[in-house]
Design a protein around this ligand. Structure first.
Ligand code: ATR
Length: 265
């Protein structure tokens, strides 16, 4: 058996096992390959990966809170994982751990068009924002970063490029990406926490809200009202998972099957 897993803490609600096992079945690999969720406390992360490498695991996805630790313990890492400072995909080959970050490419895959040469606003300066800013910069977008705590936006731009902005003008951007947790608990993003106004989106903008939600967030609904295309956190989860599966199996991932599994329940 070739085993795969997602390592997180907590991890019980992860959609990745359903997505990846559905994809492995569609590819005719389900007899040979299996993907599971493993809850690992931070202090157990490194020994657990060590056991997986020595056992029959070929790779793993890594999620909160282990993404930085995953990069640290890897023997080799891709340039994007190193720049972002976090890995979400590990591959185990000949006893060595290779780290990659498919969150960045997953965002680009999910966009309806390339952001090259376009002005983009990233809201937030945490781990998710780092992958987004790296991806947009690498693709040739003009990136500006706003964060509630302004110093974190400055630090992120110092590390990865882009320009910090304290008072962004919403209509100036072709792309707006919310990487903050605002909206996760149903908060109103237009009630003060973000520098956005509900009625000021335009149809030629693309609005991305990384917040995971089965139904459209208030931010996405306001963008759609204006006729703007939206991308949600589940589509980015689908695309990062597809990239990880391609790394491990070398096969073309069945996107529709992965998407249906991600959105079921
Ligand atoms: P992640 O790794 O998912 O990006 P994180 O590092 O905890 O998580 O970052 C959360 C982001 O959401 C930060 O940009 C945070 O802003 P601060 O740096 O000022 O803390 C942002 N955030 C969380 N709650 C917020 C709120 N109520 N209003 C505005 N921004 C908020």
């Amino acid at each position: 058996m070739k085993r795969l897993a997602v390592l997180g803490h907590p991890v019980a609600h992860s959609r990745s096992p359903a997505m990846q096992n559905a994809a492995l079945k569609e590819l005719g690999l389900a007899d040979e390959w299996h993907y599971e969720a493993i809850d690992v406390a931070p202090e157990d992360f490194e020994p657990t990966v060590g056991e997986m490498v020595a056992g029959d695991f070929v790779g793993a996805n890594v999620t909160i809170p282990h993404k930085e630790a995953a990069l640290r313990l890897a023997d080799t890492a891709t340039p994007q994982a190193k720049a972002i400072g976090a890995a979400n995909t590990l591959s185990f080959r000949h006893g060595a751990v290779e780290a990659d970050n498919t969150d960045a490419g997953g965002l680009l895959d999910a966009l309806p068009e390339s952001p090259a040469g376009k002005r983009g606003l990233v809201l937030g300066a945490g781990g998710a924002a780092r992958a987004v800013v790296w991806a947009l910069n690498n693709e040739g977008a003009e990136v500006e970063v706003w964060n509630r705590t302004a110093s974190r936006a400055s630090e992120l731009c110092f590390d990865l490029g882009g320009a910090p902005v304290s008072d962004p003008s919403q209509s100036d951007y072709k792309l707006i990406v919310n990487t903050t947790s605002v909206g996760l608990q149903g908060e109103d993003p237009f009630d003060g926490p973000l520098p956005l106004k509900e009625g000021e989106f335009k149809s030629e903008q693309v609005i991305v809200d990384l917040v995971y939600s089965a139904s459209p967030t208030k931010l996405a609904r306001a963008a759609r009202e204006a006729g703007a295309p939206t991308v949600d956190g589940i589509e980015i989860l689908v695309r990062q998972g597809a990239r990880s599966l391609r790394i491990w199996t070398g096969q073309e991932p069945p996107l529709d099957v992965i998407r249906a599994a991600a959105r079921s329940e």
